[in-house]
Write a protein that binds this ligand. Structure first.
Ligand code: PLP
Length: 365
């Protein structure tokens, strides 16, 4: 089986052993080291490590101090964590449709969705490519909105040379299957001193100094053990990304025109880090999306459907008073057509040949 994702933390051992021997396992010097290195990668003044990508989003939303009636506009085509974080932070979620060329928020749809209660714009940089920040950032400025980027899938991506996560509060996931990992973990990149400071206090029970509670906080802390796993990952990020990029280019060259598939592309001015390589199996394709997925699995080619439904299209959200579901015809149609193929750095040439060959055969070419 060619897996859709591979976890490679072979070089984590020396630092992990160092932490184990030190007897200091919880948040400490190793977390700080990861934060310093991450801030340089993101191109931001600060990076604050937390224990998941989800808590990164929650902490960022709490740090901008929303009022109960405030709304966050985000994409309906995302992982549940995006929506869970908005609800956990006490805000209301509103959605704008996406575009099919980048699978991210459509700036025109966002402009229409903005209302008097909108406080935050939360673009999701899906599959490793940023949303159209050239239009979204000025739109947020014009309306005085905070920008909280769900950059969970986009570590190292850039829009016109500016890194994902540096447009506002950049929230990254370091979960096991993401482009780099600490097993579980997350990190918030930002330039704002006050907000970074608030997130640091928030993550430690709202405490500044011993038993001086400044705000209602939580335990969002990362452990030094997890940071030790992440440091060597971050050091080889550029190398890992380059492999994903060359794999994606080879897939697109090999799959172009196969049975009515639409292959994904890095848009001009955007540096795509290919967290997922996602084709669209349109209504005119020789074989439907679900059939292609099943046949690939049968042949040992791992694949994934991210995501089979709009994020709010589940009972627990449909009946939720702070979820404003709306029509999103583009996203809805993409949920029925998207199929992700393996693109990870551990793929061999024969893996690549098999993926391309099998897809082409199944699509009848
Ligand atoms: C993975 C992911 C998250 C959540 O990250 P965790 O580390 O799993 O909590 C949030 N948003 C998106 C788009 C993700 O892919």
């Amino acid at each position: 089986m060619i897996p859709i994702t591979v976890v490679d933390v072979d070089d984590a051992e020396p630092l992990v052993t160092e932490v184990l021997r030190s007897g200091h396992l919880a948040q400490g010097a190793m977390v700080e080291r990861l934060e310093d290195a991450f801030a340089r990668t993101a191109g931001t003044k600060h990076a604050v490590a937390v224990n998941s990508g989800t808590t990164a989003l929650v902490a960022a939303l709490k740090a901008v101090e929303l009022r109960p009636e405030d709304e966050v506009i985000t994409s309906p085509f995302t992982f549940a964590a995006t929506l869970n974080a908005i609800l956990e932070a006490g805000a209301t979620a509103r959605f704008a449709d996406i575009r099919t060329d980048d699978f991210c928020l459509d700036p025109d749809a966002v402009a229409t969705a903005i209302g008097p209660r909108t406080a935050v714009l939360m673009p999701v940089h899906l599959y490793g490519q940023t949303a159209d920040m050239g239009k979204l950032a000025p739109l947020a400025d014009e309306h005085g909105l905070h920008v909280v980027e769900d950059a969970a899938q986009a570590v190292g991506a850039a829009f016109r040379g500016r890194r994902a996560g540096s447009y506002g509060l950049g929230c990254f996931s370091l979960y096991a299957t993401k482009n780099i990992t600490t097993a579980e973990g997350g990190i918030i990149a930002c330039d704002d001193d006050t907000i970074a400071d608030r997130i640091r206090v928030l993550r430690n029970q709202g405490m500044r100094g011993k038993y001086r509670y400044e705000m209602v906080g939580h335990n969002y802390r990362m452990t030094d053990l997890h940071a030790a796993v992440g440091i060597p990952q971050l050091a080889k990020l550029d190398q890992l990304t380059a492999r994903r990029q060359s794999n994606a280019a080879a897939l697109s060259a090999g799959l172009a025109g196969a049975g009515g598939l639409t292959v994904p592309a890095a848009l001009p001015g955007r540096s795509h880090v290919w967290h997922q390589y996602t084709v669209l199996v349109g209504p005119d394709a020789a074989v439907g999306r679900d059939e292609l997925a099943a046949k690939l699995t049968e042949r040992g080619v791992g694949n994934g459907i991210y995501y089979p439904k709009l994020v709010f299209d589940h009972d627990c959200y449909r009946s939720h008073p702070r979820v404003i579901a709306s029509q999103a015809p583009v996203a809805a149609s993409v949920t029925g057509q998207a199929l992700s193929l393996p693109v990870h750095p551990a793929l061999s040439q024969s893996d690549m040949d098999k993926i391309i060959g099998d897809v082409r055969q199944i699509m009848g070419e």
